[in-house]
Design a binder for this molecule. Structure first.
Ligand SMILES: NC(=O)C1=CN([C@@H]2O[C@H](COP(=O)(O)OP(=O)(O)OC[C@H]3O[C@@H](n4cnc5c(N)ncnc54)[C@H](OP(=O)(O)O)[C@@H]3O)[C@@H](O)[C@H]2O)C=CC1
Ligand SMILES: O=C([O-])C1=[NH+]CCC1
Length: 352
């Protein structure tokens, strides 16, 4: 063996598309849900042990996560990842090493708060095949999980094509995740209005300016920078919240009496579910990416969890049409494994 191939960030970025990442993430969500429901009619085999968390210092502001996963018998159908044959089943053994260093944004120049590398192993021999830069994969796959959750939990309740239903989207937190969520929502859905809020107001304004200049968005919405999270969420149909806040940034009263709302709660402060108020959880049907991870990581979670997003994709469960749904995203190693595999396939295709 000559040693692992290294795929750097530049190479990875060349092949990242929403179609490729959404497809791989949807497959991971389905596989995890099939495994936890013990659904023998579905082919998947998944092993996704709890991630380890190493605290680098005395506070939880500097963390190293180890995220291993094996996903067996799954398919990547997106065109970019097809390579040999989109229909072939795949099995991937991978481990992501990811750090979360909150102070990185204060450095000059700032560094990403979340940085990752993914090790890809030969699933037949256990030898290491490749090391892939995982920072962009983490950014994209997290937004893709919110896109898939929005597709099934919000749009799934209407009898209309996704492309025909205009939505208003609130983005709370305009850091790396806020930005990619704004781009993902406008690339996958007909967003007519984008409401941005960030604690440091200039950052929301900078994101608004950047988004207005982007020419590759499928939909170019009206973009409004809001003075508070409350203002941003009031009229939204879909809310994406991605901060490090320990305190709730909005509560149920701020959402008014409207129903049929969907929330993607992505961020994690000291408490993984701190940025959204308890009464919002209490009034929502709550879904997670992985129930096993939720049991382990969401200690003190205020409500019962309705199920996994994959249960809804696999049609084991349908949310009430008028309910408020909330996707509590934690991030799964199997998403990283499937997306890294899709990226590797796409790179092999363009190289050959
Ligand atoms: N679910 C998942 O799979 C993943 C979740 N994450 C989580 O997403 C969150 C955002 O990550 P990322 O975008 O990369 O980080 P960034 O550092 O790029 O952005 C952090 C954002 O959080 C805001 N923020 C921080 N503290 C507070 C606070 N006390 N009150 C209000 N806003 C606050 C910042 O505002 P300001 O500009 O004012 O500082 C900024 O908008 C983190 O919690 C991270 O752990 C990340 C990756 C995957
Ligand atoms: O899933 C993931 O990679 C992460 N979740 C929180 C920080 C990083």
């Amino acid at each position: 063996m000559s040693g692992p191939i290294y795929y750097g960030a530049e190479l990875v970025r060349r092949v990242l598309t929403w179609q490729l990442v959404n497809d791989a993430v949807e497959e991971a969500l389905k596989a995890v849900a099939a495994q936890s429901r013990n659904a023998p009619q579905l082919p998947y085999v998944v092993s996704q042990p709890m991630r380890s968390v190493t605290i680098a210092g005395t506070e939880r502001s500097q963390l190293l996560f180890t995220m291993p996963a094996y996903v067996g018998n799954y398919r990547l159908t997106a065109a970019g990842a097809a390579g040999d044959a989109g229909n072939a089943t795949r099995s991937t053994l991978a481990c992501k090493l990811v750090t979360s260093f909150r102070g990185n944004q204060e450095l000059q120049p700032p560094l990403p708060s979340i940085a990752a590398n993914i090790l890809l192993f030969n699933a037949g021999t256990g030898e290491i095949d490749a090391i892939m830069s995982g920072t962009d994969i983490t950014t994209w796959r997290t937004a893709a999980a919110s896109v898939v959750a929005t597709k099934y939990l919000y749009f799934g309740r209407f009898n209309a094509a996704i492309s025909e239903l205009p939505i208003k989207v609130a983005i709370i937190g305009c850091g790396t995740q806020g930005e990619i969520h704004a781009v993902a929502m406008c690339s996958n859905f007909k967003v007519e209005q984008l409401l941005l809020y960030n604690r440091t107001a200039t950052r929301a304004q900078q994101l608004a300016d950047k988004l207005r200049k982007m020419t590759n968005l499928q939909h170019t919405p009206e973009i409004i920078v809001c003075n508070s999270a409350r203002d941003a969420v009031r009229d939204a149909n879909v809310i994406c919240v991605a901060t490090f806040s320990r305190e709730p940034l909005f509560n149920a009263c701020d959402l008014g009496s409207k129903r049929g709302l969907h929330i993607n709660a992505v961020g994690a402060g000291e408490v993984a579910f701190g940025e959204v108020a308890t009464d919002v959880y209490q009034q929502s049907e709550v879904f997670v990416d992985s129930l096993a991870n939720a049991e382990h990581e969401l200690k003190g979670f205020p409500v019962c969890i309705a199920g996994e997003v994959g249960n809804v994709i696999n049609k084991d469960y349908k949310p009430e049409p008028t309910s408020m749904t909330l996707f509590q995203s934690m991030g799964m190693a199997s998403e990283d494994a499937c997306v890294a595999e899709a990226v590797r396939s796409a790179l092999l295709t363009i190289d050959s």
